[in-house]
Structures are given as structure tokens and as C-alpha cells.
Ligand binder design. Structure first.
Ligand SMILES: Nc1nc2c(ncn2[C@@H]2O[C@H](COP(=O)(O)OP(=O)(O)OP(=O)(O)O)[C@@H](O)[C@H]2O)c(=O)[nH]1
Ligand SMILES: [Mg+2]
Length: 367
């Protein structure tokens, strides 16, 4: 077997020696039409995740070779979790190459989302993070929203060079590239995708012409992402699968909202008003009095307040509290990786709880 052969599904280097290691393929599968490693085969056919042991630093090192290339970079982020997926170190990784910032998973946001406000906010977020972007797009790889416009812009900007699709694990890079492969060849699901982070393990080059390629890359690990602190089962629950339905709660000061047992908002001061919750439809939201909240949490976390399940509870950092004074109407309190709560009238003080290491952020609502 040639030592430079890679799996067509994940980009991992193929080998026939060690079934526990990346790229393992049984000798009998080597003459198949598609070269797929055992892990990709199992993910595709049984939706079974075989965890692989590769240091996240190794991926970062590989992806950082992009800074030595002359190419166009598409930085894909998950617009449902901007804080967890915008790569603050992107310029170090891709050097001076031009960057298109692309917010994926638009299909999850309510139809009422103001895409202009969201786009402007993403421009500002990128600028604040020290990332100079040529343009910002909002797309859904799954539902093919706005892919045509983006494809045209990519073609225009790449000037016959390679395009690298770069981002944190699980933002949908491979799903995005699969859409391009489908458009040009009709082949579906060429690259392996899954809801587990860490699916793609090497560069996967899709030729655009004889001289250039569209290149899928392994996701960069962001340690402060909620996905790393919950069980596989809970990750399924907190990841929205379709458009989220806003849930309204009329709260008086002195009341609390629990987002399962993974987040909490105490309404400390301000006049009665509506708090609009944007979380996966399967996440339970529970209202109670602040006076009862600690006790309820101690008794019901993992039961009434779920997720977390047992496995998550064993790895989840403790919830820590931060106070926020929200002066403006239509302000979002963002629980990264979970969702957000829009405070409609403003002029309130809230205490917000999130797992240690996952910092709450505040922004103007785009609804
Ligand atoms: N709702 C929604 N889900 C999406 C979209 N694009 C991708 N996904 C889902 O997000 C999950 C991750 O997708 P992948 O394409 O494997 O993500 P990736 O960025 O390649 O992940 P790594 O290879 O681990 O870095 C899968 O469950 C996809 O179905 C989208 O536009 N909308
Ligand atoms: Mg991938």
C-alpha cells in the first residue's frame, strides 16, 4: 500500500496495521472503488463514533501551513454559536491571505432574524478579534441558502488560487464542501460529516480545475466550546436540528429561568417584562423563584433540569455567576453553545450563570 494514500471521507492517512489508529482500513477493503477508513465507514453506515486520539495541536499545526500558501480562505463559523466558533487566532493560522467570513446554519435562526443587523454585527466581531475580512455571508449548507451567491464571490475572489475552508470543529465545513461536490459532479455526501466534533482529520482536496482545489481542513479545537463539556447524548439535545421556536416568558423581578441545568438567569431588578428564549426546542426551560432556585437545582439537576445527563454532570465545570446591568431594549444574553435570551424592554439587572470557562456575552438582538 502506498504510504501517501488518504481516506476520501476524513483525509486521514490510510494504514492497514493498527485498527485503533487513524486511517485504519482492512486489507480486504483496499480494492474497493471508494477508499474509506473503518471509522468513516462506521460513521456513515452505523452513525457510530470511534473516538480518535490526535492532539489538537497537531491539527492546528497542519492547518497553520495555510499561512505559507497563496490562497483564498473561507472562515466558516456557526451563527448559532459565534462566540465558540469565531477563531480569534485566525491571522496567525492563515497569514495574509484574504478571508471571507461565512456564518453557517442560517436555517436554525427564526425567519424573523434581521440578516442585515446580523451581518453588520459579524463584521464588527471580526474586527474586534483582529480579523480583517473581505466580506461576510450568511448561509445554510444543509438547506443550500445563499450558496449560489457565495460560490460566485469565491470564484471572483480566488483569482485561480486554491480555497481553504477553515474553522472550529463541527461548524459544517465538510457539509459545505459536499454541497459544492454535489453541484459539480452530482455525487452526494462525498466527505464524511457527523454531529461529533473532530470528524475531518486531514486536508481533503477537491479539484476546481487542473491547477487549483477547494480544500476541506480538520476543525480547530476551541477548548471553551460547550460541545466539549457535554456527553454525546446531551450534545444531540442542545444542538438544534431545525428552526428554533422562540419561547416567551413574562417575568417579575425575583424570578429565575433555568436552561435545563446548564444555564440560569436570575431577574434581580427591573419592571415586569418579556424574556424571549432561543434554545433547541428539546431543551427544557424551567421558571421558578430566585429564593427556591438553589434548592431546586440541588434536588433536580439531571432530572427536571435536564440536560445535563449523568455523564455530562461528571465532566461539567460548576456554574458560575456574573451580574449584568442591561440598559438597552432588545438585548441578548448569550449562553455560548446553548442559545440566548432576549430581554425586550431592558433597564434590568440580571445574574447569569454558565459553566466555568464558558463566558456569557451580551449583544444587541438581531430579531
Ligand atoms: N442545521 C444545520 N446543521 C448543519 C449545517 N451544516 C452542517 N450542519 C451539521 O453540523 C454537524 C457538523 O457538520 P460537519 O460538516 O461534519 O462539520 P465540520 O466542520 O466538517 O466538522 P469537523 O470535521 O469535525 O471539523 C453535522 O451534524 C451537520 O449535519 C447547516 O447549514 N445547518
Ligand atoms: Mg469536517
Amino acid at each position: 500500500m502506498k504510504s501517501n494514500m488518504t481516506c476520501e471521507g476524513c483525509g486521514g492517512k490510510l494504514q492497514t496495521d493498527d485498527a485503533e489508529e487513524i486511517g485504519y482500513i482492512p486489507k480486504t477493503a483496499l480494492d474497493k472503488h471508494n477508499l474509506l477508513c473503518q471509522r468513516c465507514f462506521q460513521l456513515r453506515h452505523y452513525n457510530k463514533n470511534v473516538p480518535v486520539s490526535v492532539e489538537s495541536d497537531a491539527y492546528l499545526e497542519l492547518v497553520s501551513t495555510i499561512r505559507q500558501t497563496d490562497s483564498l480562505v473561507v472562515h466558516l463559523i456557526d451563527i448559532f454559536d459565534v462566540e465558540g466558533t469565531l477563531l480569534k487566532g485566525l491571522p496567525r493560522i492563515v497569514g495574509n491571505n484574504p478571508i471571507l467570513l461565512v456564518g453557517n446554519k442560517l436555517d436554525l435562526l427564526p425567519k424573523s432574524t434581521n440578516q442585515r443587523i446580523l451581518t453588520d454585527w459579524l463584521f464588527r466581531k471580526a474586527k474586534d478579534a483582529g480579523i480583517q475580512v473581505e466580506d461576510v455571508f450568511l448561509i445554510s449548507s444543509k438547506k443550500s441558502y445563499h450558496l449560489e451567491e457565495l460560490a460566485m464571490e469565491m470564484e471572483f475572489r480566488r483569482k485561480n488560487k486554491d480555497i481553504y475552508v477553515v474553522g472550529v470543529t463541527n461548524v459544517g465545513k465538510s457539509t459545505f464542501i459536499n454541497q459544492f461536490i454535489k453541484r459539480s459532479t452530482g455525487i452526494k455526501d462525498a466527505i464524511t460529516t457527523s454531529y461529533f466534533p473532530g470528524t475531518t482529520l486531514g486536508f481533503i482536496k477537491i479539484p476546481l480545475n487542473r491547477h487549483s482545489a477547494l480544500i476541506d481542513t480538520p476543525g480547530i479545537v476551541n477548548e471553551n466550546q460547550m460541545a466539549h463539556y457535554v456527553s454525546k447524548q446531551d450534545l444531540k439535545v442542545i444542538t438544534p436540528k431545525k428552526e428554533i421556536k422562540p419561547r416567551n416568558y413574562q417575568l417579575n423581578s425575583g424570578q429565575t429561568l433555568f436552561i435545563g441545568g446548564l444555564g440560569r438567569l436570575d431577574f434581580i431588578k427591573g419592571s415586569k417584562q418579556t424574556f424571549v428564549c432561543y434554545f433547541a426546542n428539546e431543551v427544557m426551560i424551567h421558571r421558578t423563584k430566585i429564593a427556591n432556585a438553589d434548592d431546586l437545582y440541588d434536588r433536580q439537576v439531571g432530572d427536571l433540569l435536564s440536560p445535563p445527563d449523568k455523564e455530562t454532570l461528571s465532566i461539567l465545570p460548576e456554574l458560575v455567576k456574573h451580574s449584568h446591568r442591561l440598559t438597552h431594549p432588545y438585548t441578548d444574553v448569550v449562553f455560548p453553545g446553548l442559545g440566548w435570551i432576549t430581554v425586550l424592554d431592558g433597564n434590568v439587572t440580571v445574574d447569569v450563570y454558565s459553566p466555568k470557562g464558558i463566558a456569557i456575552s451580551i449583544r444587541q438582538s438581531f430579531n
